[in-house]
Design a protein. Structure first.
Length: 446
């Protein structure tokens, strides 16, 4: 008589899924690649009948365990169409799996563009909005603020169409839902006419940047900077709309900056760190930050850039008025702790919004992001930074590493209970739960 397979043997036969940073892995019962909304509905209904959980993944660019499951994993890589464009209203309805870069190129061909974007374009639109992803600009909200409508599949497989006028309470919560409320099927985005950006990218003295920080934010539509340990300068990016024709970087300039400098040279030096750290640090100080200084290009090509070196990231959102002080305290940790921090600290700015679990809810916001190379131990540095951010009631990015739990997070969000009410309504059986959501949101009865 054949022996029954053990649980570990069964799991060994299952498909494996890993995120972009390769720090999260799971063994789902099955990985689905739907192409229609009806297929999404059927996956949820069949999982409900079988008592299994369901998680959805876009591009897998989240650093957290938000997409992990031992049930059904839904990949949206084949669910990527633009379904409808309303040129008069400058709105487009798109399937949830479309990647931001593909979306941007297709919108451009239609004469439209997203008002703001983050600095990478690998993410799916649904994953980006669900985690509170944002760009930079004191007058611009997170990507979720561009949503004017969405279709959501709840824990029983029912499709809910919502907007500010239709199912407004669901819409209110679901724009930043971190996968807890259901499967986002489509989103309708408020766009604007396609526009060029004038990009001015320069290394400026970090002391000057900090002294003039408010001025930089107020005088530019989109401002951010990167600072690396040991550098007296910060790499600043100032992007503003322009009616001027495109004067883009040449293919050679893009290859030089994105491949030779950003990829080959920097990645090579990161590898050299393991063998001869002093030599690597000396060479890195001599490596040009960038040769891009002044150009005009399509908005989405200016907003975003390549990320070929894999890393871990933490990002916190704090009231904008504390930006300089908090950044200088992070500098102090880097200089004083002895931790080998090789990647830059990034500072960006986000307008206040009204979305319950948006990290920018109700306050003008600065975001501080820190990074560590994938092979490095990140926790001591990230914990030290998190302690600083907690002193400003900092809210973590939902898709990036942090160590907070529901008890700590609840007090940071004035509409926490409204979100929990929507969670109980839309997913009463915990169809979309996993360990990460249990940690950061707590039980649905809470």
């Amino acid at each position: 008589m054949a022996e029954l397979a053990t649980r570990s043997q069964i799991e060994d036969r299952r498909p494996r899924w890993r995120n972009w940073a390769q720090n999260q892995v799971c063994a789902p019962v099955a990985i689905h690649h739907p192409t229609t909304e009806q297929q999404l509905v059927e996956i949820v209904r069949l999982a409900a009948d079988a008592g299994r959980r369901v998680k959805v993944v876009g591009s897998g660019h989240s650093f957290t365990a938000t997409a992990l499951t031992d049930g059904d994993l839904v990949e949206l890589d084949r669910y990527t169409d633009i379904l409808h464009v309303d040129h008069a209203r400058r709105q487009a309805t798109v399937q949830a799996g479309i990647r931001l870069y593909d979306l941007s190129e297709r919108l451009w061909a239609l004469g439209l563009a997203m008002p703001n974007m983050g600095d990478i374009a690998y993410q799916s639109i649904s994953g980006a909005v669900a985690t509170g992803t944002h760009g930079t600009g004191g007058r611009f909200g997170a990507l979720a603020t561009q949503i004017v409508g969405l279709r959501l599949i709840d824990g029983h497989g029912a499709v809910i169409e919502c907007s500010r006028d239709q199912e407004p309470e669901v819409f209110h919560a679901a724009r930043v839902g971190i996968g807890a409320l259901g499967v986002v099927s489509t989103v309708t985005l408020q766009l604007e006419d396609a526009f060029n950006l004038h990009a001015l990218e320069q290394v400026l003295p970090i002391t000057d940047v900090l002294q003039k920080l408010d001025r930089h934010v107020e005088e530019n539509e989109h401002f951010e900077f990167f600072w690396t340990r040991g550098s007296p300068g910060a790499f600043t990016k100032r992007n503003n709309r322009t009616g001027a024709p495109a004067q883009p970087l040449s293919r050679w300039e893009r290859f030089r900056d994105d491949v030779l400098i950003a990829d080959v040279a920097r990645n090579g030096l990161f590898q050299l760190d393991r063998v001869v750290p002093p030599l690597s640090r000396a060479l890195r100080r001599r490596l040009p930050a960038t040769n891009r200084e002044d150009y005009v290009d399509r908005s989405y090509l200016v907003f975003t850039s390549a990320r070929r070196v894999r890393f871990y990231e933490m990002e916190y959102f704090i009231p904008r008025e504390h930006a300089r002080e908090a950044f200088e305290r992070v500098q102090g940790v880097i200089h004083g702790s002895g931790i080998d921090v090789r990647m830059p600290v990034e500072l960006r700015f986000v307008a206040a919004d009204d979305i319950p679990l948006s990290p920018a809810f109700g306050r003008e916001t600065a975001s501080i992001a820190v990074h560590m190379l994938r092979h490095q131990e990140f926790q001591p540095f990230f914990e030290a930074v998190e302690t600083i951010m907690q002193s400003y009631d900092g809210r973590p990015h939902w898709g990036k590493l942090h160590f907070q739990s529901a008890d700590q997070l609840a007090r940071l969000y004035p509409e926490w209970t409204a979100f929990q009410s929507a969670r109980r309504q839309l997913d009463p059986d915990g169809r979309f739960d996993n360990a990460y959501l249990q940690r950061v949101l707590g039980p649905r009865s809470g």
